[in-house]
Each structure stands twice: as C-alpha cells, then as structure tokens.
Design a protein around this ligand. Structure first.
Ligand code: PLP
Length: 411
C-alpha cells in the first residue's frame, strides 16, 4: 500500500532555479562546460577575516542561544551601526540563512489561509515558504518597461484583500535587480500602517547598489517600527552562501517573541557559522565597496553585451546581481532546455533560469529568463557569446519547425 503524501508536500513548487540542474549535469557528463548564470552563487572569495576564525574551533561544538551567540549578534549590531541603523540585541534573531528568517517572518505574521502581497516577478522561494505556512501570494505585477518599479498606491492596493496580512518587498530585488526609491518604500510602508499589515523587507542584497546609490534599510523608516520586519543574510554580502547564517530583525516585540519561540523549537542557528560570521567586525567599509564595484563592473559588461544581442530587451538593473531579460522566444524554459540539451559553442553552453516560475500570474514571464552575474568578467564574456549563439541557433530551429525562415517567432 502506498502511503499518502500530504497535500502540502504534493503541492510544494519545484525551484525554477534548480529544476533544470539534471540537464546541466548531463551536459557536463558529455564533456560540455556549463556557465551557470542560473543561480545566485557568487564566485568571490569569502573574506579571510571570517575563514580565519574557524582556526579557533572549540573542543565542543555546542548549541548556541536560540537567538544567536552574544559575539555574532554584537557583530551584527556593529554592522547596522556602521550604516547608521540603531538596532538592539533583543530586536535580532540569528537564523539559518535568510531563508529561515523568511519562514519565521511568514509564520509569525499570518495564520494559515492568509494572504501576502508582493511585487512579481519575485524570489521564487517565497512560494515555497508560503506553501509551508499555508499562505497564498497575491502579486502586484511589475513590468520590465518600467524597470520593474512599483505602480502608484491605488493600483498597489488593488492586490490587498480582507485576508492580507503582510507585504513582502525584496530590496534590492531578486530577480529584477530593481532598487526601490525611498518614495516607493515609504508608500508601501504607509499602506501597511494604514491597513494594519506587516511589511517584510528582504534586504539580503543591501550593499549591492550601483550608480552611486547608498545602501538603505527599512529599519531607518520613522514611525513604522510595529510593521517592519527585515530579513538579512551573510550569504551574498560576504559571499558566504554555505555558511547558512542570516537574521530576522524587528522592533515589534510581539513578533520577535513569536519568532524566538520558533527559534527555540529548532534549538540554535549554526554554531560554526556564527564563529566565522563574527569576523565581519574585522572588515572595514572598503570590503563592501570593493565587492560592489566588482558587481557593478560585471553588470555594465553584461548589460552592454545583452543589449548587443538582436531583439533582447533588458533594463539596466540598479542593484543585486540579476537581470530579467525578455527574449525573442515564446518559451524561455524550452530555450533554457535547448541550451543544455542541444547546444554548445566551442564546447561550452550556459544555464539560465526560466522566469515564468518567478511570477504568480499564469502566463507571465514566459518569454523571459533570469540571468545572474556571479561569474568573473572573462567567464561572463564567454557566457554571453554562447548565449547569443544559442539564441540564434534556437530561433533558426524554431523558425524551421514553424514553417520556414520568414515566420517570426515573437515580435
Ligand atoms: C532575495 C533572497 N532572499 C533570501 C535568500 C536566501 O538566502 P540565504 O538563505 O542563503 O541567506 C536569497 C537567496 O538567493 C535571496 O535571493
């Protein structure tokens, strides 16, 4: 007799970022080099100041306090201070990556059956965490032509219903690279305050803002302490994705109390990670500035290269390390599969993430892909060359299939 898996388990969405991984593995087995533009795994070295801390591993790898060690939380508070943000230890819970902070935030803000409003396209794992928490996501559609910025308040509010409990903003945004202007964040905060909603702001890319922008945080908003819940992470800032360390930060006492009880249930955040993470105190502001400069250079390179590919539409992202590119294809996933299964240029191909899974509204994003610029500039250059060649080959093949070269696939 086969046992019944829960509806929650069956309905859990697969990650569009990872679901084509078996095809990439097959390509690698065939000897093809795969440039990974599909996933936000940076190639930058984790700071030595953090790695060195691991030389002093204690004899007993003990549990830590559920909200994090004194050293790590103090280091985090020092980091916030360096940004001019006043945060106290009782406003912070160290988590297993920003991922756990998202889950705790959702579980603490809303009961099963509740709704969370967020701009789409959005970081796909919000869908997974919402599914775990029994919540539905209500999207506010944003468009590439507007740089994926938010609509005016009246339109934004149309997504709210009596079941809405929270709004999620990811700023800077994954997957679009949009950095919301202060007036946009203020507008959403006011909506949340006026309608009695939590505002969960995912700031795991906080420092990665370009063209002279300064890192900003919703923790600096005045008058919204009860609403604002910030998700933070060391993964991207310190190129330390494998460390699995992040934080939930809020001045709302009841929310922190609820999240702390959840944190107690899972005992503690990773101990070794906190030892390494406390090394952030040894990094001056030049560390973040250097990393940001590097990503800005990659963005510029990729933007120019993508603009040079016929019929590809991109807006220059303002932050994070992603583009959402509109391609002259009907189905971004079919194109991504083609790249991995059928195409190689000089023994190499690229993996991109089909963007449809980043939207909640059916049908949107079908002709888009998300591209991450987490490779060094030489690899990025090579990857775009392959992408351009792959796109031309795919269009030729599709045109053939649809009855000759005169048929255009998508205008
Ligand atoms: C927007 C956003 N939030 C949260 C996370 C979670 O990161 P982690 O759990 O590694 O901190 C990611 C990872 O890609 C992300 O892009």
């Amino acid at each position: 007799m086969s046992l019944e898996i829960s509806k929650r388990g069956k309905n859990m969405p697969a990650s569009p970022i990872r679901k084509l991984t078996p095809l990439a593995d097959d390509a690698k087995r065939r000897g093809v080099k795969v440039y990974h533009l599909n996933i936000g795994q940076p190639d930058i070295e984790t700071p030595l100041a953090m790695r060195q801390r691991l030389a002093a591993v204690p004899n007993v790898l003990a549990y830590s306090p559920s909200a994090g060690t004194h050293e790590f939380v103090a280091a985090l508070i020092g980091y916030y201070e360096s940004l001019g943000l006043e945060v106290t230890a009782d406003q912070v819970i160290a988590t297993t990556g920003g991922s756990e902070a998202i889950l705790f935030a959702l579980l603490a803000c809303a009961d099963e059956g509740g709704e969370v409003v967020l701009p789409e396209p959005f970081y796909t794992n919000y869908s997974s965490f919402a599914a775990i928490a029994g919540l539905t996501l209500a999207p506010v559609t944003t468009r590439g032509d507007d740089g994926f910025h938010l609509p005016a308040r009246a339109l934004f509010e149309k997504a709210l219903s009596s079941r809405t409990r929270a709004v999620i903003l990811c700023n800077p945004n994954n997957p679009t690279g949009t950095v919301y202007r202060p007036d946009e964040v203020q507008m959403v905060a006011e909506v949340c305050r006026d309608r009695g909603l939590f505002l969960i702001v995912d700031e795991v890319y906080r420092e990665l803002v370009y063209d002279g922008r300064k890192p900003a945080s919703a923790l600096s908003l005045r008058g919204f302490d009860e609403n604002v819940v910030v998700v933070d992470s060391l993964s991207k800032r310190y190129s330390a994705c494998g460390i699995r360390l992040g934080a939930l930060v809020s001045r709302n006492r009841a929310l922190i109390d609820a999240a702390l009880r959840m944190a107690q249930g899972r005992l503690s955040p990773p101990g070794l990670a906190q030892i390494a993470g406390a090394g952030m105190t040894d990094l001056g502001p030049e560390y973040a500035a250097g990393v940001t400069r590097e990503y800005e250079g990659r963005r510029n390179l990729l933007y120019d290269a993508l603009c040079a590919i016929p019929d590809v539409f991109v807006r220059k992202p303002e932050g994070a390390f992603y583009f959402v590119a509109r391609l002259p294809v009907e189905d971004g996933e079919a194109f991504a599969r083609f790249l991995l299964e059928e195409y190689a240029l000089d023994g190499a191909t690229v993996m991109v993430a089909p963007a449809e899974g980043f939207y909640a509204t059916p049908g949107l994003g079908r002709n888009e892909v998300r591209i991450a610029y987490v490779l060094n500039q030489q690899d990025l250059r090579a990857a775009v060359r392959v992408l351009a060649g792959g796109l031309a080959a795919y269009r030729a093949k599709e045109s053939e299939r649809l009855g000759g070269p005169s048929r255009r696939l998508v205008s």
